[in-house]
Design a protein around this ligand. Sequence first.
Ligand SMILES: [Zn+2]
Length: 209
Amino acid sequence: MLPPLPPGTPLEVVYGPRTGKNVALTVHGSGDPKLATALLEIAEQRGAGLTVMVVGSWLDQQPQMARRILDGGHELGNHTQNHQNISAMSPDQARAEIAQCAERLQRLTGSIGRWFRPSAAQYATPMVREQAKAVGYEHVLSFDVDPRDYSDPSAAELQRRVLTSAKGGSVVALHMGHQCTVDALPGILDGLAKAGLKPVTASRLFTPA
Ligand SMILES: [Zn+2]
């Protein structure tokens, strides 16, 4: 069971406590499972917990990845079933997108996970927040650092973008399925360590041990 979040945690979380030295690396979960596994392994070798915001249709193709992610000490969240522009949907469509991914998480891991993140949007609209809540997600996980790894910059550039922006409490948005992210992660983890920052899961960011 996940420990409860502190009282007063906002419905939509953008970053964690700025007074601490923890950061959360969150990862859009879809794409080539070889690249996904490579990213997990790098994080695991260095004791970093990731938070994988998983796309339900990807779990349909790669159901083994759900347990693989949790067994590596990472956290899993819901990033919709089909990764469409959820803000533009009707409330019923948006609810179905969230509920279908939640069903897969429940079936494969026994839990729907704590966090929901909207697809194709940094922030959830009030409608999307309401639908997420109806499915069982009390909190939406946004982010404050977006290094745009999905546009495939060089590993050095990606490292620079993360390391110049991340500070205590930051929630960084990364993506599986991109070689540049795999190539950049060792340097990102080295740079964070040098800055005294510790990458933890999103739940751990808000409930430090
Ligand atoms: Zn995404």
